[in-house]
Design a protein around this ligand. Structure first.
Ligand code: BDR
Ligand code: CA
Length: 324
């Protein structure tokens, strides 16, 4: 079976770490590269974290640092969510390597990789969409050269997690997100509508890591503060945002999608709100008409998604699931 060729754009990030382990362990995935973006921490910290995880887990794919602020931004980025991902972005798991300044090469790396592998690359983005928007800006033709784009992000007619309407990754750079949804490539969003339901309890994570190797043990250790954060908010465990989007790549049959063009509000109190055109109703000509139809995962088999994550990340899934 031909492996899926994945470029992973990420802001590690506790749940990003689990997604990286899933991509690394999945037998049908070839990870072509990891690009980093600001978000759960500064760009130097998220890049240090990506390098740390890659080295710890023997991941050979190159790591490229990307955007440190949103598109056309002046001033400081939004405050980093230290109360969610810890001061070091990985749940304060001890990391010896210092974060350092790095050259911003992510957008160029995305363009080059897509051009070298025409119609074969799937982009999985689980942070703000600045790197993808910059890659598009640098070479708009990549929109027709990727296989597709899968994004963890958005909140469609459900409350956001950083404002009443906005999800964190879209809120991080609404302008970039709007450009990504407006481009001619095929985008599938895996939003809070679904990821609010993929809840991993402390007990289930402990059971999954019991007897597992050091990588899984590390994921369990660095996730403990993240679990505490969600317990405070009345959840039964941690919400598995990014890794659910990774499972969409391999097991799309576990997800329910709907189609329609998408606009992201860029400014004002509703910045970051994601709105999808639904149904066949005809309106006066409007901006949604001009845009490509994209997909949104509004539901799915949460238990099935979690089961895939446990099996793949523990390394006990030598075989992909039947329909992947
Ligand atoms: C998203 O925001 C980040 O905190 C997580 O890593 C995830 O990508 C969830 O809204
Ligand atoms: Ca993330």
């Amino acid at each position: 079976m031909t492996k899926q060729r994945i470029l992973f754009d990420t802001d590690p990030g506790v749940d990003d770490a689990l997604a990286l382990l899933y991509l690394h362990r999945h037998p049908n995935i070839e990870l072509l590269g990891i690009t980093t973006v600001f978000g759960n921490a500064s760009i130097s910290v998220t890049t240090r974290n990506a390098r740390f995880l890659a080295e710890a887990w023997g991941i050979k794919a190159p790591v490229h640092a990307g955007a440190s602020v949103p598109l056309n931004w002046s001033g400081a980025p939004h405050p980093y969510p230290v109360h969610v991902h810890g001061a070091n972005g990985l749940g304060d798991y001890p990391i010896a390597q210092e974060a350092r300044e790095e050259k911003d090469t992510a957008a160029r790396f995305i363009v080059d990789t897509v051009r070298q592998n025409p119609r074969q690359v799937r982009l999985l983005a689980v942070g703000g969409l600045t790197n993808l928007a910059r890659a598009l800006e640098a070479d708009p033709a990549i929109a027709d050269l990727v296989q597709d784009v899968v994004v963890m992000g958005g909140a469609f007619e459900v409350p956001g997690n950083v404002s009443p309407v906005a999800e964190a990754n879209i809120y991080a750079d609404p302008k970039a997100a709007d450009r990504v949804f407006a481009a001619s490539w095929k985008v599938t969003a895996v939003p809070l509508n679904l990821t609010n339901r993929t809840v991993m309890t402390r007990q289930d994570l402990a059971a999954a890591s019991e007897g597992a190797d050091a990588a899984m043990q590390m994921v369990a250790a660095l996730s403990q503060g993240y679990i505490d954060f969600y317990l405070q908010w009345g959840e039964a465990g941690m919400l598995v945002h990014d890794c659910s989007a990774a499972v969409y790549l391999t097991d799309p049959h576990l997800f329910a999608t709907r189609s329609g063009s998408i606009i992201v509000l860029e400014d004002g109190p509703a910045a970051g709100m994601t709105v999808q055109r639904l149904g066949a109703a005809s309106y006066s000509p409007n901006e949604w008409d001009q845009r490509p139809v994209q997909s949104v995962c509004v539901g799915g088999d949460a238990a099935g998604i979690l089961a895939r994550i446990y099996a793949v990340c523990r390394g006990s899934s030598a075989e992909p699931s039947p329909k992947s």
